[in-house]
Design a protein around this ligand. Sequence first.
Ligand SMILES: [Zn+2]
Length: 189
Amino acid sequence: MTRKIIAAALLLTTSLCANAQQTDVSEVRRIISTLAADSMMGRGTFTPGIEKASLFIESEFEAAGLEKLPGAASYRQPFAMKGRTIYPADSLALVPGAKALHNVVGLIRGKSKPEEYVIFSGHYDHIGILKAVAEDSIANGADDDASGITAVILLARHFKQHPPERTVIFACFTAEEIGGFGSRYFSRK
Ligand SMILES: [Zn+2]
């Protein structure tokens, strides 16, 4: 499901970039290469690498001028997970062994139909460190799914410049590679 949305987002970005200036191309390169950098260590869920990726996406959302979800203090949409079960963030203290994780979500309110929503999404986690291939063990995940997140960020900027009629939500999910948990939590909310 996420993939289809990403494909749509990528198509849209491609067409946006086709008639845009060189700066957009260099921005695509900057964002995607930051997310896929070795320093992000493959963005495995529950690793320091994915925390770095999150901070980067949050700073991009801030720079783009996105709003936060209603009542949220940051772009993080926190929840908890134990085994393959997801819980609301406030159950962290109640469920022994549950770990914290979060999606990164921002939005632009629609001008005329703010109660209708359009969502662009990608996932910012990847599979982390694997068995080395040619002495390289970091799965950088440029296309899976740094490219999708790049599209989400550039779409956010685009819609900030061209205010939408409907509310547009920009969602970067976590823990997709290990079972689609981020999007599952998001769609429950
Ligand atoms: Zn993926």
